[in-house]
Design a protein around this ligand. Structure first.
Ligand SMILES: CC(=O)SCCNC(=O)CCNC(=O)[C@H](O)C(C)(C)COP(=O)(O)OP(=O)(O)OC[C@H]1O[C@@H](n2cnc3c(N)ncnc32)[C@H](O)[C@@H]1OP(=O)(O)O
Length: 409
């Protein structure tokens, strides 16, 4: 088995192979479809070939920037287009590609890798853990009344403040750079969010609203006319579906939700990518108005360098924790003393007794603050070495706002 990067000459082989692995026939670049593969970076695409040169497997990475807790922006390799031909499955092709890819990423100085999993059982063995979650909220219009926020007008509740902005409806094609700019402002402040490199917008790769798929876009502007949010939506058979709501603060999110919920001739509104603990649910006069469905894992995180990753994110409570980390796929094991002071962490190898023993995939799950270490202790994945260890870890890893990602790749 040979594993090598593609070149401009055989990117089409890569695209054909990944389509065959998924059982799809490659689409032609039709208006409305969007071409996800046009965003691929040729030198980051891997082909697995048999001894006689037949391509049987694919895997690639995108160069993203990931927002960590504390608004730290770091590079993250976004694994995508993983596929093995049905004729060659369960023979170790994916395992060989994952080993090759992780080794190459490390050699290139990367310390974090992320992905979206087609099936949840695939990637734990390679050290990836689910780190952000998503869901959709369906709101019947007859229950859509919003309650007045109780804290409105108090000095310490700016996020619930009044909305003096405006909403304008544009066609997707009329939006120019607005969506790209607003998304970029949003993702820099949202832990778990990924950058959408300019080429994605320019090439119209991916899913709406990046792709040219016909959509209406409700653009929210602040009182000075500066765009600070948008909702991309379509209406079919009485259901208004919002693909994504991007807002630079909670008041803008509510204004866009109110706009969507206020449509005539619509029986229900579906907000995609709204996590089940989103404040919007608390805004309805009827708490049961927002029906949560499709609650699922979204972004998986894999740490490639534990000290670098842990010192890169922001921290919100001082403390010390000794982590005994096992990385069976890469055959590594390390024990680290994590010391947090004034929002910054130091992380060094230690011989001290551990507070927690955990797999690298579990560290990926708790890294962004979206999964409490105590949950994984209770699930039997993380071992706590003394009664206070899980609470100590929860306190330390907790973040100022939950991570969320809605980018598809
Ligand atoms: C980030 C993304 O791109 S997600 C997209 C993933 N791709 C797909 O879902 C496309 C369809 N599926 C496929 O192409 C293949 O089945 C793949 C890529 C998921 C797996 O490729 P394979 O070459 O068969 O995997 P490989 O043989 O290396 O298996 C390694 C281990 O994972 C297990 N495994 C592989 N796929 C799955 C799965 N879908 N569910 C559960 N376990 C799995 C294998 O049983 C094996 O376990 P073992 O080591 O205990 O025997």
């Amino acid at each position: 088995m040979e594993i090598r990067s593609t070149t401009d000459k055989d990117l089409d082989v890569f695209v054909d192979t990944v389509h065959a692995a998924f059982g799809h026939v490659p689409e032609t670049p039709v208006e409305g479809g969007g071409l996800w593969w046009s965003a691929l970076e040729t030198d980051r695409c891997l082909l697995a070939l048999t001894a006689d040169g037949r391509p049987v497997g694919t895997a690639a990475t995108h160069s993203f920037e990931l927002t960590l807790p504390g608004e730290a922006l770091v590079p993250a390799a976004g694994v995508t287009a993983v596929g093995v031909l049905p004729s060659h499955r369960r023979q170790g092709v994916l395992s060989a590609m994952m080993r090759h890819q992780l080794t190459e990423l490390r050699a290139g100085g990367e310390f974090l890798s992320v992905l979206l999993a087609s099936e949840a059982p695939i990637y734990g063995r390679f050290g990836y853990g689910p780190a952000t979650y998503t869901a959709q909220l369906t709101v019947p219009r007859h229950k859509a009344a919003l309650a007045a926020p109780r804290a409105r007008g108090t000095v310490d509740a700016p996020a619930a403040g009044s909305d003096d902005g405006s909403v304008e409806v544009l066609r997707r094609a009329e939006c120019g750079e607005i969506l790209e700019e607003v998304y970029d402002r949003y993702r820099r402040a949202q832990p778990g969010a990924l950058s959408r490199p300019h080429r994605w917008w320019a090439l119209r790769a991916g899913q709406p609203p990046i792709s040219p798929a016909p959509r209406y876009i409700a653009v929210h502007r602040d009182p000075d006319g500066v765009p600070d949010g948008y909702a991309s939506y379509s209406i079919e058979s009485g259901t208004l579906t919002v693909d994504e709501t991007i807002a630079t603060d909670d008041a803008v999110f509510t204004a866009l939700a109110r706009f969507a919920l206020g449509h005539d001739l619509v029986s229900q509104v579906v907000f995609k990518h709204v996590p089940s603990d989103h404040p919007l649910r608390w805004r309805f006069a009827d708490f049961r108005a927002g029906e949560v469905s499709g609650d699922m894992d979204w972004l998986y995180v894999r740490l490639l360098d534990v000290p670098r990753a842990l010192t890169a994110r922001g921290w919100f409570m001082d403390g010390e924790l000794v982590l005994d980390v096992d990385d069976p796929f890469l055959g590594e094991h390390g024990r680290y003393l994590l010391t947090v002071r004034d929002g910054k962490a130091d992380c060094v190898p230690t011989d001290r007794k551990p507070d927690l023993s955990l797999d690298i995939s579990d560290l990926g799950s708790v890294y962004l603050g979206g999964t409490a270490p105590s949950t994984l202790v209770r699930a039997g994945h993380i071992r706590a070495h003394h009664p206070g260890a899980a609470t100590l870890a929860d306190t330390l890893f907790r973040t100022d706002r939950p991570p969320h990602c809605l980018h598809w790749f």
